[in-house]
Design a protein around this ligand. Structure first.
Ligand code: TTP
Ligand code: MG
Length: 348
């Protein structure tokens, strides 16, 4: 069976989080950011306000605009939570930003008729657990899934069942619909009379490469034909698992620090068990009140998921750090993660 790739993208992510947490912001134009707009709510977008614009410019377009400061830590936590929800489906995932990811759902799909239902369930599940909406696209590769997720944004979904459908859809669209075709590239394309996707079909691969260089030329030639063989880089998504705690009241006592580290370990360990993996490298991180951050790590000779060995390794790492200042943040993480089944195979 051909590949089935799902792309999800949270709707107006930072703004939606702020609106969720403060209902007074509902249905009014807001932006997140103090000097530069990171996200505009959909109400603010109606005024022409968009990301990367200065707040000053935005207020000229909409004098009643409400601004909310950026709270990156909060968005990161929600993003990690969304990742954990998605990881319950499969680990064949590539998270490409806080609010976006590609998922290889090939093994979950029995027939194309179930794709709509899958996408709907996916969105409902994210909404149920986070209170936030996302948009979903499904296609036969990353390129088609990415373009699909934008079609019925916000809170919508779209499916490309075949390259033919994909090409039919994009050919009438502005060339900037192709991911990777940014402002500068559009400018060069326009000079060659390429405005819509279909205009680019007039040129051979050789022409495109000679006009725009090898990587741009190839990207364009392949993308407009729906060709994208780039794999889902899911090993990367799975390369480490960890947790951190920040303390409002810095901790001075070494006993309390040890206890906290143990708590963080037990929490993270539960996540490890669910994933059926063994660990090769253990890391700890400590941030002191003066901002100084120290990290220590140890690579084990034999990968393990044994909680005693892992906890002892963490405690040894902790002992190697002199606690000369109160501690503001503690964290542990595990990397070099190996799926148990893969490891067993390699033993034969
Ligand atoms: P996007 O997914 O590009 O945008 P969005 O989620 O706000 O809106 P959409 O509904 O169109 O998907 O970006 C995700 C988050 O990344 C966004 O909420 C804020 C942040 N971001 C920045 O901090 N700077 C930027 O320049 C952009 C584009 C986004
Ligand atoms: Mg988004």
């Amino acid at each position: 069976m051909n590949k089935v790739i799902l792309h999800y993208d949270m709707d107006a992510f930072f703004a939606s989080v702020e609106i969720r947490d403060n209902p007074k912001l509902k249905n009014i134009p807001i932006v997140v950011g103090s000097s530069i707009v990171t996200t505009a709510s959909y109400e603010a977008r109606k005024f022409g306000i968009h990301s990367a614009m200065s707040v000053f410019e935005a207020k000229k377009l909409c004098p009643n605009l409400v601004t909310v400061p950026v709270n990156k830590e909060k968005y990161k936590k929600i993003s990690t939570f969304i990742h954990s929800l998605v990881l319950k489906i499969t680990n064949k995932i590539e998270f490409i930003s806080l609010d976006e990811g590609y998922i290889d759902i090939t093994d979950h799909i029995k027939s194309p008729e179930t794709l709509n239902y899958f996408a709907k369930k996916f969105r409902e599940r994210i909404k149920f657990h986070t209170g936030l909406t996302c948009s979903v696209g499904i296609g036969f590769n990353k390129l088609s899934a990415k373009i699909a997720s934008d079609i019925n944004k916000p809170n919508g979904q779209y499916i490309f069942y075949s390259p033919y459908e994909f090409i039919e859809y994009i050919k009438e669209k502005n060339i900037k619909i192709i991911p990777g075709v940014g402002k500068k590239f559009v400018f060069l394309l326009n000079k060659k009379n390429i405005f819509k996707v279909q205009d680019a079909f007039n040129y051979s691969l050789y022409d495109l490469i000679s006009y725009f260089g090898k990587s741009r030329g190839e990207l364009l030639y392949l993308s407009i034909r729906g060709i994208d063989h780039s794999p889902i880089d899911y090993k990367h998504s799975f390369s480490s698992i960890g947790n951190e705690n920040t303390y409002k009241f810095p901790i001075e006592s070494s006993e309390v620090i040890t206890k906290e580290i143990k708590d963080i370990f037990h929490y993270t360990y539960k996540r490890i068990l669910k994933k059926n993996i063994v660990i090769k490298t253990v890391h700890i991180k400590i941030k002191f009140v003066n901002g100084e951050t120290l990290t220590r790590s140890k690579t084990l000779f034999v990968p393990t998921d044994d909680n005693i060995i892992l906890l002892q390794t963490i405690e040894t790492l902790l002992e190697s750090i002199s606690l000369k200042q109160p501690v503001k943040l503690l964290g542990i993480s595990f990397s070099n993660l190996i799926k148990k089944s893969v490891r067993q195979l390699s033993f034969f």
